[in-house]
Design a protein around this ligand. Structure first.
Ligand SMILES: Cc1cc2nc3c(=O)[nH]c(=O)nc-3n(C[C@H](O)[C@H](O)[C@H](O)COP(=O)(O)OP(=O)(O)OC[C@H]3O[C@@H](n4cnc5c(N)ncnc54)[C@H](O)[C@@H]3O)c2cc1C
Length: 330
């Protein structure tokens, strides 16, 4: 039986959150095309990690602990994944749109002379033809387009972070673990990792927050973000921003949500002074509820929001925050 292969990344000794998301996407495709789901795990692999990958949906797990795979340098991952592709002949290979996955997938596709689709938000398998179709944003996020692969396998699909929700862990699942001896020659490694500089951040990470309070150009400057911070803290949430804010230098680009920023899918996404441009919404439209505060009743954000307040944020936000505080403490 052929398979859908997922590159399940390991970061700092734990399974990266995108692994569960890719496995969920792969399980969907596998069900539609009647295939197995396999995962490739490279680096510092523990029993807990292989168990987690199986519990999240893998039928087969290929593991390789070659020293060259210890750091997340793409060259070694491309070489290792290529060897798995040669042995397993997967129908499709899914990588996440992470710094590693967004490089490994396309590079290997080019090397193997097959197609690649970047930044995919959905994947569908057509039972009769066996063809895979992906959906991805085009024209700067102003439209979504569906692309169907030709028959040449494997089909490389780079999946946007948070586009899929990981399946619930099922510890009763049993998987086949295949330990591989990788042959990675020195001349296959062109890049040397010299240093990793970690971004210092306080509190919950934007990508992991269940509540996000995002501010836009309508705030008028960087100072009002302290009020957004105050509201976010009440929910143990995080602050986000539109690109206009980051481009203006009011906040660092690590706060940016959108097509060219981070993709988030919190339970609650509160926007203050954000117009709701399609490129911003591309990064937050999978939020469970969107609440908008904007003085322009015609702003696009109101088309996307579940709840909205038309008004000046300077008047609305203080009473909104006070009410939240009251409700949370009652
Ligand atoms: C290729 C490409 C990629 C892009 N990627 C991203 C991306 O990743 N993320 C992103 O955010 N954008 C992105 N953009 C930019 C995007 O098109 C918008 O320009 C941007 O999102 C606008 O930010 P904004 O809503 O903060 O500002 P504006 O569009 O200027 O909107 C400000 C809003 O604030 C409201 N407002 C003003 N004063 C008040 C007040 N006192 N009280 C309440 N409301 C008020 C206004 O009514 C308005 O709706 C991208 C654009 C391109 C072309």
């Amino acid at each position: 039986m052929s398979e859908i292969l997922v590159l399940a990344e390991i970061e700092n000794g734990t399974l990266h959150s995108t692994a569960g998301e890719l496995l969920a996407a792969a399980r969907k495709l596998a069900a539609e095309l009647n295939l197995d789901v396999s995962a490739a795990l490279f680096g510092e692999i523990t029993e807990d990690i292989t168990g987690e990958v199986v519990a999240l949906g893998a039928d087969n797990v290929y593991t390789a602990s070659h020293p060259k795979l210890a750091s997340n340098v793409a060259d070694a991952h491309v070489a290792a994944l290529e060897q798995i592709c040669q042995q397993a002949s997967p129908t499709a290979v899914l990588t996440a749109k992470t710094p590693l996955g967004r490089v490994v997938g396309p590079r290997l596709a080019y090397r193997m002379g097959v197609g690649v689709a970047q930044d995919c938000m959905n994947v569908t398998g057509e039972k009769i033809s066996g063809k895979i179709t992906v959906t991805r944003p085009v024209y700067g996020g102003n439209a979504m387009a569906a692309f169907t692969f030709t028959d040449k396998n494997p089909q490389f699909i780079v999946v946007r972070v948070k586009a899929f929700e990981a399946l619930e862990r099922d510890d009763s699942r049993v998987g086949r673990i295949v330990e591989l001896d990788m042959d990675i020659a020195d001349d296959q490694i062109k890049v040397k990792l010299i240093e990793t500089v970690k971004e210092e951040s306080e509190g919950v990470k934007l990508e992991d927050a269940s509540v996000i309070v995002s501010g836009g150009r309508g705030l008028g400057g960087p100072e009002p973000f302290s009020q957004l911070e105050e509201l976010a803290k009440m929910f143990n949430g995080a602050v986000g921003a539109s690109r206009a804010v980051c481009d203006a230098g009011w906040l660092d680009h690590s706060y940016q949500v959108g097509l060219t920023g981070k993709t988030v899918s919190p339970d609650l996404y509160i926007t203050v002074g954000i117009s709701g441009a399609s490129q911003h919404m591309a990064g937050c439209s999978s939020s469970k509820s969107i609440v908008a505060i904007n003085k322009d009743s015609e702003a696009n954000i109101f088309k996307e929001a579940s709840f909205g307040v038309v008004g000046d944020w300077e008047k609305v936000l203080p009473s909104f925050t006070a009410t939240v505080q009251e409700l949370l403490s009652s």
